[in-house]
Design a protein around this ligand. Structure first.
Ligand SMILES: [Zn+2]
Length: 456
């Protein structure tokens, strides 16, 4: 007897889409068959797509220490409502996740609150590379470093990044790097501020694409030298991804993600929306998104990540008068993949490719595949039902975000997540005007980071 049958859906596998029944037992995918076999619970999925649960390799849930903006419950609730069943949370919290006490504190908070499964990053700072080996006992999903200034994590200079990469290579883990050239940004910002500029356009000009490309090239060079597994986060342009693609083609374990907001918003939207669309790297010029879509389809970009980075409405409002005074980050984890799938279908991106981008590839790159990231027999039954026909409009008040704002407010979406499962248990069910979380806080489990390079 199976625990669950999801009947007559279009099951999106790694290489094909089949109309069949999907069976779950003991929290795992147990069978895919056109036969009907007995199960305790039946869900009719006729006309719907059954996708593997998305693995979001880049989220900020602000917990602990900055929970006015989001916490592990509201963040993970928003995630599962958007089909995301596993999240990798960044170390930019208070205290910074950089040592054993801060890591264990976050793990404990997340274990009490999360409704999605979660992996946790450790910060690579200017002075903790000698501790990397010992920190591996905590089973981080990876290490995160910033090449440019952030108010929440000390940036690393090139020598420190080199030292960190050596240590992380020796520990057989991986490093995710925020690539922007700090010197260029600092110089341009000073120049624009001196000229009295404080409008969104000035922010765009202060962080040009070349400041990103230069840093991507530098990170890739150091990764090539050290042999470390490098993941370039939120590449905003196809040129940045091309640098990674060349290194990957030469056999280096280097990957790149882009974030969904670069696919749907541009510098013109930033002008219109203001500080609520301010992020790093900034939104790029119109036309850039079409080229990113091409890179997603061709495989030059490995995967997508939301980089969901919430701040309070008050913090964002500060920037409406001056872009220099607002924190960078966007609320959008709940809508990110729903937008991606709807638009992807319109652009004739194969459903299998979409599933690779938001589920299979991140799971492979972080070495948790096939337990996560695919509808594979024996893997965790993480999945979501998607109705490709439903049209709806993004309303911030109908999200689980702690702070009810998003730059996607008012955007029309084609297709909607109807139900989400984590390890075979329904965690989210859609409803009008918004759905509900169907498990208690703390249902989510820690995903231990595994050593070894990508199984891609
Ligand atoms: Zn981020």
């Amino acid at each position: 007897m199976f625990d669950l049958i999801v009947k007559n859906g279009q099951i999106v596998g790694e290489s094909n889409v089949v109309e069949a029944n999907l069976y779950v037992k003991d929290g795992r995918f147990a069978a895919i068959s056109t036969e009907e076999m007995p199960a305790r619970e039946t869900v009719d999925a006729a006309g719907r797509l059954v996708f593997p649960g998305a693995v979001d390799p880049h989220v900020h849930f602000n917990d602990p220490g900055m929970t006015e903006g989001e916490d592990f419950y509201t963040g993970s609730a928003s995630a599962v409502a958007g089909g995301i069943t596993s999240v990798f949370e960044m170390p930019l919290t208070d205290p910074l996740t950089q040592d054993e006490p801060s890591f264990l504190l976050k793990k404990s908070e997340a274990s009490k609150k999360s409704v999605a499964d979660f992996g946790l990053y450790l910060a690579l700072t200017p002075d903790n590379s000698s501790k990397v080996g010992k920190l591996m006992e905590l089973e981080p999903i990876g290490f995160k470093a910033f090449m440019s200034y952030s108010p929440e994590i000390p940036m690393v200079r090139d020598g420190e990044l080199l030292a960190g990469m050596r240590a992380i290579k020796a520990a057989n883990s991986r490093i995710a790097v925020h690539c922007e050239n700090n010197e260029i940004i600092a110089y341009l910002t000073k120049e624009l501020e001196a000229a009295g500029r404080r409008d969104p356009r000035a922010y765009t000009e202060s962080r040009p694409p070349y400041a990103e490309w230069e840093a991507v090239q530098r990170a890739v060079t150091l990764a090539t030298i050290t042999g470390v597994q490098l993941h370039v986060v939120h590449s905003s342009t196809p040129e940045g991804a091309e640098i990674v693609a060349r290194a990957r083609a030469a056999g280096h374990p280097i990957s790149v993600e882009t974030a969904q907001h670069f696919l749907f918003l541009d510098a013109e939207d930033f002008q219109r929306i203001g500080a609520f669309a301010l992020c790093n790297p900034p939104l790029r010029e119109p036309g850039n998104a079409d080229r990113l879509w091409a890179a997603l389809q061709s495989g030059e970009i490995d995967c997508v990540a939301t980089d969901h980075a919430p701040y309070t409405i008050e913090e964002k409002l500060r920037g409406q008068d001056s872009v220099w005074t607002t924190p960078a980050g966007l609320n959008h984890i709940q809508t990110a993949n729903q937008l991606l799938i709807g638009e992807g279908i319109k652009r004739n991106v194969p459903l299998t490719r979409l599933a690779q981008l938001f589920a299979t590839m991140p799971a492979r790159l972080f070495n948790i595949y096939p337990k996560k990231g695919a509808i594979t027999i024996g893997g965790d039954a993480d999945m979501f039902l998607f109705d490709p026909e439903e049209e709806w409009t993004v309303v911030p008040e109908h999200t689980f975000y702690k702070q009810k704002w998003t730059p996607f407010a008012g955007m029309k979406v084609s297709g909607r997540v109807k139900r989400t499962w984590v390890r075979g248990t329904t965690v989210y069910e859609d409803g009008a005007p918004m759905g509900a979380i169907t498990v208690k806080p703390g249902f989510g489990r820690f995903i231990p980071g595994r050593t070894g390079t990508a199984s891609a």
